[in-house]
Design a protein around this ligand. Sequence first.
Ligand code: SF4
Length: 406
Amino acid sequence: MGIEIGLYVHIPFCRSKCAYCDFASVAGREHLWRPYLDVLLAEIAAIPPLRPITLYVGGGTPTLWPAEYLTAVIEAVRSAGLPAGAEATVEANPGTVDEAKLAALRRAGYNRISLGVQSTQEANLRLLGRIHSYAEAGDAVRWARAAGFDNLSIDLISGLPGQTVAEWQTDLARALELESEHLSAYGLSLEEGTPLAAAVARGALPEPDADIWADMYLSTEEILAAAGYRHYEISNWASAPDALPPDPGAARQATRAPRDWVRRSGPAARLLTCGHNLIYWRNEPYLGLGSGAHSSLQGKRFARLADPAAYVAARPADRVSFMEEIGPSLEMAETAILGLRLVAGLERDRFRHRFGPDPVEWFREPVSWAQGHGLLEYDDYAVYLTQRGRLLSNEVFQRLLPTTEP
Ligand code: SF4
């Protein structure tokens, strides 16, 4: 039996580059689409004996591609062992879909769609350099529903330059009208080299304010909880499936078996969290195919060439641009950091089973520091961030990293 993996497939092409984006993506380059697909299909065919249990097709803008290309991808992944009914997500940009394309993607077997809405206000969509309006996002949701997608996620970005808490609350209120099963709300990160960062640096736009962003985050927790969403990761909320009990303690327990959730399928056990991302947050094995994709497998982490032209031209063995061994103490620290991102926390039992020591003992100093500052708590079952800890998570995470690898 091969190792179970989450499979990520990267489609690096976009219509134009957004003002905040430093992802591995390029505008245009249509001439590369077909050769890039051929490379991907060959890589997917080589996946076994690894066994994909989730598929996530991200980008870039996967839906810039014709539906036939994305159909070829999922068919190849199924041939490589993705079980029927397993979670298969495709990212979609509202400016690149229509009813027919979404229907074709659903027919092909994608059963989850992640829609990059980002903002519901035209001025902020223009600021971000998005190619779509909010009205188009609404159309995309309607078409996705008509196509039969019953697991839909929406991405929003908070903390934009000049954005007020009231504006953000309007974004949330409008996003709630779209009735998605899942919501990701990320804080804007100003990345060096992007037009947005340059505009802030030269004073053309105000610097995002950390205190205002903290207020946005707290109001996100409040508004989404009131609307019935379950906060399950620092930046992610899922509509509460029937399987989850209402009290927070029991809810923490219920989010503890992602692999079982991933394996289950069908209406009796609908997966409203993102099963694929839960694999990342559990620090379990995943394989990324395509330019710029990252993998973590069998004690190694590796990344592939970021430039799609170089990627297509390279021999298979030369497509990996970076590889490092993950020593035991780094793996333990990363497992703790990723696990603490989950509201359910880092499961002590699971950690002991995987590594031997108990995490509260192993990380005694940082745990005690974070607990003393009101950032972290633990019980018999898990170590978890408090609300204040979720706001200041990097303060905790950096203290968990080993200073030297033995
Ligand atoms: S659509 Fe996504 S990947 Fe493409 S440029 Fe915009 S933010 Fe970047």
